[in-house]
Design a protein around this ligand. Structure first.
Ligand SMILES: Cc1cc2nc3c(=O)[nH]c(=O)nc-3n(C[C@H](O)[C@H](O)[C@H](O)COP(=O)(O)OP(=O)(O)OC[C@H]3O[C@@H](n4cnc5c(N)ncnc54)[C@H](O)[C@@H]3O)c2cc1C
Length: 399
C-alpha cells in the first residue's frame, strides 16, 4: 500500500481498474477485496486527512486512545464479517455496558432486574420483576408496548417509567423532536430486559474492540501492493456522472467506481440537501484514573448532552492518572458548513429525495454506491462490511 496526501501531478485515473471514493469501512473493504480477489489495481480517494472514516481513532495529548467521531463498539452476528475483519486485527473481549443517569442514579440500559430495583426500591422492584418473569419468562427482551397491552396497572407503570426516564427526553435531545413528533411505533419497541444480564449486546457471538484500535485495523486492511490511498482529495474534483457515464477529469472512465460519499453532494445538491443530525463532540481530559464505571453513560432526563463516553473503559487502555471523556450534543446538520453528517433522518420525504438522486446513477453500470452516506441509511460497522463484501463478490464474479 502507499498512502499519500494529495494527488501526484501525474495521477492518471485510467491506470487504475477501480476508483474508490472514501476510506471508511465501505471503501476499504471493497479496496482490499477487489485487489485480492480480482487482482485489480485500486486508487482510494479520501477527503479527510486520515483513513478509517467515522471509525477513526487516535491517541490524544494525554496518551488516551480516543474515537474522534464518536464511540465505536464492534459487535456482529455475521461470521463472514468477523472472519474478514479478524485477518487485520485481534479483538479484545470487551463487553459493552450502558448506564442511564436518572436524577443521579445509574441504572442499567436496557432496563433490567437491577434497574427495576433501583427505580422502584427493593420490595416493589422484586415484586414487579417476579410478575414480569411470570408473564414473559426469564431472559426475554419485552417491548414496552407489550407491557401496556397486558392491561395490568403495575406492568403499565413499568412501561411508563421506562418511556419517561429512559426513552422520551433522550430521544427528544437526540432527534430534536417534541413528544408528539415521536413515532409511536418506535416508542413501543423500547425494550425491558427480564433478566440480570446487563450487557448491551448480550446475544452477539462476536464482540470487542480491535486490539490496536480501528485506525490500525484499516492500515492493515489497506496494506496491499495493488492499493494506493490518496488522502486530502475530494473525489468530486476528479469524478462526475453525466447521463450514463462516469467522467474522470471530464473524460469517460471505463473502470469500476465505488462511491461511498453522499449522493446529493455528487450532484451539487441540485434537488435539495439530504437532512442529517450532526453531533458536537466535546472532549475533556481529567486528572483521574476513572470518571465513570462503564464506557457509556446516557443522560436520559437531564443535561443538554445525550451521553458521556469514557474511552479507557472501552479500550481497556491503562493510562495512570489521566482519562479522556467526551460529551455528545446532537443538533441539525447544516449542509455545506463543514459539519459531519452523522445520522440519517429516516423520514418518508427524505427517502423520496434520496431515491431521486439514486435514480440518476442507476443506469451507470460501472458506478456503485455502498455505505451509510451513499445509501442514505444507518448501518452498524458490521452491516457496512457485509454490504461491501457482497458488492465486491458481484464485481469479482463479473470479471
Ligand atoms: C456517533 C456514531 C457512533 C457509532 N457507533 C457505532 C458503534 O458503536 N458500532 C457500530 O457498529 N457502528 C457504529 N456507528 C456506525 C459506523 O460509524 C458506520 O457503520 C461506518 O462508519 C460506516 O462506514 P462507511 O464507510 O459507510 O462511512 P464513513 O465511515 O462515513 O466513510 C465514508 C468516507 O467517505 C469519505 N468521503 C465522502 N465523500 C467524499 C468525497 N467526495 N471525496 C473523498 N472522500 C469522501 C468521508 O470523508 C468518509 O471518510 C456509529 C456511527 C456514529 C455516527
Amino acid at each position: 500500500m502507499s498512502i499519500e496526501h494529495g494527488l501526484p501531478n501525474d495521477f492518471c485515473p485510467k491506470s487504475y481498474d477501480a476508483l474508490i471514493v472514501g476510506a471508511g469501512y465501505a471503501g476499504a473493504v471493497c479496496a482490499r477485496s477487489l485487489a485480492e480477489g480480482a487482482g485489480m489495481k485500486v486508487a482510494v480517494l479520501e477527503r479527510r486527512p486520515h483513513v478509517a472514516g467515522n471509525a477513526y481513532d487516535r491517541t490524544d495529548d494525554a496518551g488516551v486512545l480516543i474515537h474522534e467521531y464518536g464511540p465505536h463498539i464492534y459487535h456482529t452476528f455475521d461470521d463472514r464479517v468477523h472472519q474478514f475483519l479478524s485477518r487485520f486485527t485481534e479483538f479484545t473481549d470487551y463487553q459493552h455496558k450502558v448506564l442511564a443517569n436518572i436524577h443521579g442514579t445509574l441504572m442499567p440500559v436496557p432496563f433490567n432486574h437491577r434497574s427495576l430495583i433501583l427505580a422502584f426500591g427493593e420490595e416493589k422492584g422484586e415484586r414487579l420483576y417476579r410478575k414480569l418473569v411470570a408473564t414473559f419468562g426469564e431472559n426475554k427482551k419485552v417491548p414496552i408496548m407489550e407491557l401496556r397491552n397486558r392491561n395490568d396497572a403495575e406492568l403499565a407503570e413499568v412501561a411508563d417509567y421506562v418511556y419517561e426516564n429512559i426513552f422520551l427526553h433522550y430521544t427528544m435531545k437526540q432527534w430534536g423532536k417534541t413528544p408528539d413528533q415521536i413515532d409511536p411505533a418506535i416508542t413501543g419497541r423500547v425494550p425491558v430486559f427480564v433478566g440480570d444480564d446487563d450487557r448491551y449486546f448480550p446475544q452477539a457471538p462476536h464482540q470487542g474492540m480491535p486490539n490496536e484500535g480501528y485506525t490500525e485495523l484499516f492500515n492493515n486492511m489497506l496494506d496491499h501492493d495493488l492499493i494506493s490511498v490518496f488522502l486530502d482529495v475530494d473525489a468530486r474534483d476528479i469524478l462526475s456522472v453525466e447521463d450514463t457515464r462516469v467522467l474522470a477529469y471530464g473524460e469517460p472512465y471505463g473502470g469500476e467506481v465505488i462511491y461511498t460519499g453522499p449522493l446529493d453532494e455528487l450532484f451539487g445538491m441540485d434537488l435539495g440537501a439530504l437532512p442529517y443530525r450532526t453531533l458536537d463532540m466535546v472532549f475533556e481530559t481529567l486528572d483521574m484514573d476513572q470518571f465513570q464505571p462503564v464506557g457509556t453513560v446516557n443522560y436520559t432526563v437531564s443535561e443538554d448532552f445525550t451521553r458521556i463516553t469514557e474511552f479507557k473503559n472501552m479500550t481497556g487502555q491503562v493510562v495512570p492518572g489521566k482519562t479522556t471523556i467526551m460529551r455528545e450534543y446532537s443538533k441539525a446538520y447544516e449542509p455545506g458548513s463543514g459539519q459531519t453528517p452523522y445520522y440519517v433522518i429516516n423520514e418518508p420525504q427524505n427517502i423520496e429525495l434520496y431515491k431521486r438522486y439514486r435514480a440518476r446513477v442507476e443506469d451507470v453500470l460501472n458506478f456503485h454506491v455502498v455505505g451509510r452516506l451513499a445509501e442514505y441509511r444507518y448501518y452498524d460497522m458490521d452491516g457496512v462490511v457485509a454490504s461491501a463484501l457482497s458488492l465486491s463478490d458481484q464485481l469479482i464474479d463479473q470479471r
